[in-house]
Design a protein around this ligand. Structure first.
Ligand code: FES
Length: 55
């Protein structure tokens, strides 16, 4: 599933970024060499980060 339309970031990429140390959407996106643009994805991305951290 695509999380961030502006950057075409997939949920699996966000989860991988968390495994590599990201703790928030911004740091996860930074790891992918991208950064938030419109910001609409941030609440959803945060949920994914939190669930990945908890897993
Ligand atoms: S959808 Fe992620 S910054 Fe716009």
């Amino acid at each position: 599933m695509v999380v961030c339309i502006c950057n075409a970031i997939r949920e699996s990429e966000v989860r991988d970024a968390v495994r590599n140390g990201a703790t928030c959407p911004r740091s996860a996106y930074a790891q992918l060499g991208r950064r938030p643009r419109c910001g609409q994805c941030i609440p959803f991305a945060r949920e994914i980060v939190e669930s990945a951290v908890a897993a």
